[in-house]
Design a protein around this ligand. Structure first.
Ligand code: NAD
Ligand code: ZN
Ligand code: ZN
Length: 366
């Protein structure tokens, strides 16, 4: 089959013929229809997240089931599905404690670029091709574990549903699952790319009273206003920390979401949060970036909370149908997040749009 393959840092993605083996017991072979371009893919390509190479990336996808392995009961050929790059087994230590994104069986796949059994279904001649970021869906087909496909109704356009796979699950999940933002809360979002826009939509769903979005790109600030922001800031001219206090009568924000992937913004978020407020790290800064908390005693005494967030703490089998129900009720805008559509062969051009901060989400149609 054809796949957009990433061979080495500094070289552009190109289409190549690779082999994909058929589904083993408990696995599903999906014909990919559409897959979004996320900054986490770009971080691998630009070398911020080192990955074994060559690798097929793409983890925000939807498609049609083509074949299932033995023991698969929940889906069959012809079913439309959203791919879940981070599924959960349901019975490990973490799943049993209601933390499905930490699943001991499946979360490692994100970092090893292999299936849970330590192998890759992809190859090229004698060479292994890695399965990037839990799906390897910048390809005509993908092998997923059964729990990694979520069945959806056939009338839902697949090139719209795909954004649920990462951006929307992550952003809305960060608000509803990770932070559990309550009605009336004040929210500051640092970064308004696909993830930040989805956080804004989540905050609107949660009934936040004030949704302040900071992004240096005017087009993205304008977009944020369409997706629920009540106020926007340009960090190049407005100090988000000062603004956070001005907009809340000197109290500070109840919740701050870092959604740009810059560690320094987490420090900014800690400053902007009110005493007792929560800072959620959604962005994924390069591996070599850290944060420091000066005067930790002030952090402790103000009872602030700093929490990590992997894929919106979602249980994809539970949350994707829930998000689609919000979409059907007009409470969640998926179509509006997709600003560019390109062919699979144009994956590199999709990455360029992200690098240039153009549009919100680019979807590659396969
Ligand atoms: N936690 C997770 O599970 C998860 C899932 C998906 C993506 N991510 C990460 O989330 C981050 C965002 O992803 P994306 O696809 O939305 O990327 P993106 O590139 O589309 O968006 C990032 C946005 O941050 C803005 N920005 C840059 N500097 C800023 C500043 N100083 N203040 C405010 N905004 C600033 C950019 O203008 C851009 O609009 C990435 O780091 C990505 O790897 C994390
Ligand atoms: Zn992603
Ligand atoms: Zn598990």
């Amino acid at each position: 089959m054809r796949a957009a393959i990433f061979e080495a840092v500094g070289t552009p993605l190109g289409l190549a013929e690779v082999s994909l083996r058929g589904p083993r017991p408990g696995e599903v072979l999906v014909r990919v229809a559409a897959c979004g371009v996320c900054h986490s893919d770009l971080s691998v390509v630009d070398g911020s997240f080192p990955s074994p190479l060559p690798v097929v990336l793409g983890h925000e996808a939807a498609g049609v089931v083509e074949e299932v392995g033995t023991d698969v009961t929940s889906v069959g050929p012809g079913d439309h599905v959203v791919l879940a790059p981070l599924p959960s087994c349901g019975d490990c230590y973490f799943c049993m404690r209601g933390q499905p994104t930490l699943c001991a069986k499946y979360s490692v796949s994100l970092f090893t670029s292999l299936l849970a059994d330590g192998t890759s279904p992809l190859s090229r001649g004698d060479e292994i091709v890695y399965r990037g970021l839990g799906a390897a869906a910048w390809a005509e087909r993908a092998i997923m574990p059964e729990c990694g496909v979520v069945k959806i109704d056939n009338d839902i356009p697949l090139d719209v549903a795909c954004v649920l796979g990462c951006a929307v699950q992550t952003g809305v999940g960060a608000v509803l699952n990770t932070a559990q933002v309550e009605k009336g809360a004040t929210v500051l979002i640092l970064g308004a790319g696909g993830i930040g826009i989805a956080v804004a939509q989540g905050a609107r769903l949660a009934g936040a009273s004030r949704i302040v979005v900071s992004d240096p790109v005017e087009e993205r600030r304008d977009a944020a206003l369409r997706f629920g922001a009540t106020d926007v800031l340009d960090p190049d001219s407005d100090n988000p920390v000062t603004a956070a206090f001005e907009l809340t009568g000197g109290i500070g924000m109840d919740y701050v979401f870092e959604a740009a992937g810059h560690a320094s913004l987490i420090e900014q978020g800690i400053m902007a949060a009110r005493p007792g407020g929560t800072v959620v790290c959604v962005g994924a800064p390069p591996l070599d970036q850290g944060i420091s908390i000066p005067a930790v005693v002030a952090f402790s005494a103000s009872e602030k909370k700093l929490i990590g967030c992997l894929l919106g703490s979602v249980d994809s089998q539970r949350d994707i149908p829930k998000l689609l129900a919000f979409w059907r009720q007009g409470l969640l805008d998926l179509e509006g997040m997709i600003t560019h559509r390109l062919d699979l062969a144009e994956a590199e051009a999709g990455l360029d749009l992200l690098r240039n901060r153009e549009g919100i989400r680019t979807v590659l149609t396969v």
